[in-house]
Design a protein around this ligand. Structure first.
Ligand SMILES: Cc1cc2nc3c(=O)[nH]c(=O)nc-3n(C[C@H](O)[C@H](O)[C@H](O)COP(=O)(O)OP(=O)(O)OC[C@H]3O[C@@H](n4cnc5c(N)ncnc54)[C@H](O)[C@@H]3O)c2cc1C
Length: 297
């Protein structure tokens, strides 16, 4: 049965972006509902060390505390998977059998990593297998590192990692052809290049080696996986929102409003960086903007 209640704002996704927006709008005593399907990327981050005032905190803790905080300010939180968003007189947000109406929407549904099919990968994910230089590059400092990836951007990542974190790098690429100039530069930088396909991480408590399909084992303490990510955006497909030149990330204005008036997009779905503190900051900016527009329709 459709709900005819009209919320001031519907927030999609309880990551740092959505929760920060929820806390602000809740503290303005606005009528807000946050819809979240559970799981989420921040929960994979086991030791976040770059968030102000937190020497180390897990992503799970950030989310659980954030949900408590938002509830304390009367934000309604429902477990629901959003399947479609439309805009008519109001925004219509569909989840299962339900339809929710609102004046504004904040999309903060995040992204999901393209992870290669490697045995034991999830056992080490976030501990000694990382996906993001800004998040976890530091944790590879002076360690024996293997970087795996499938594009020439991974070669640039290897140079950056060597400059900042560790000299002991092996690069494993899932590519048939690597241009000679890249091979030459890797030789100059003393970074061995292997063209191959990892199949298994070997190690109990700690990582010992990466095994390739041809049986080769490369010793390592840490792995950086570099295969990009996809957006959790299927439910926006009816809205024809503007994206960047690659047709990938959503274009937003300084207030994080998308090309559709009233619909805001925060976190790594837009062209900004993929960090907890940034998603949270963007959520706050969007919420403050929505507060002003609710006061002056
Ligand atoms: C292993 C790992 C380590 C990381 N370490 C750090 C770090 O040290 N420091 C740092 O700043 N950042 C780190 N990050 C990045 C950080 O997690 C992201 O910046 C953050 O996830 C962005 O937050 P978000 O609000 O966009 O979304 P997310 O945390 O991705 O949350 C999105 C939420 O939306 C929900 N959702 C998605 N689709 C739907 C739908 N259709 N309907 C309803 N709900 C939906 C998801 O279930 C999820 O709960 C790390 C990420 C990973 C994977």
């Amino acid at each position: 049965m459709p709900e005819e209640k009209i919320y001031d704002c519907i927030i999609i996704g309880a990551g740092p972006g959505g929760l920060q927006a929820a806390i602000y709008l809740g503290r303005y005593n606005r009528d807000v509902i946050l819809l979240d399907r559970g799981g989420g990327r921040t929960r994979h981050a086991r030791h976040i060390e770059n968030f102000l005032t937190q020497k180390a905190i897990s992503g799970k803790e950030i989310i659980e505390i954030g949900i408590e905080q938002a509830k304390n300010f009367n934000v309604k939180i429902e477990n629901a998977t959003v399947t479609k968003v439309l805009k008519n007189e109001f925004f219509e947000v569909y989840a299962g059998e339900k339809k929710y109406l609102s004046k504004f929407v904040i999309v903060s549904s995040g992204v999901y990593d393209n992870l290669p099919d490697i045995e034991n990968l999830h056992k080490f994910l976030g501990i000694s297998l990382f996906t993001c230089i800004d998040c976890d590059g530091y944790k590879t400092t002076n360690k024996k590192l293997i970087i795996i990836g499938n594009s020439l951007k991974t070669v640039h990542l290897a140079f950056a990692m060597k400059e900042m974190f560790t000299k002991d790098i092996t690069l494993v690429l899932y590519m048939d052809k690597v241009p000679d100039e890249y091979k030459e530069e890797l030789r100059e930088e003393n970074i061995p290049l292997i063209i191959g396909r990892p199949v298994r991480i070997i190690g109990d408590e700690k990582m010992d080696a990466l095994e390739l399909k041809d049986g080769q084992r490369i010793e390592c303490e840490v792995v950086m996986s570099h295969f990009g990510y996809k957006l959790n955006d299927a439910f926006l497909s009816k809205l024809d929102l503007k994206r960047d030149n690659n047709g990938f990330k959503f274009i937003v204005a300084h207030n994080y409003e998308s090309s559709l008036s009233g619909l805001y997009i925060v976190g790594p779905l837009n062209q900004g960086n993929d960090q907890v503190v940034i998603a949270a900051g963007e959520g706050a900016v969007a919420a403050i903007d929505i507060k002003k527009r609710l006061l002056n329709p």
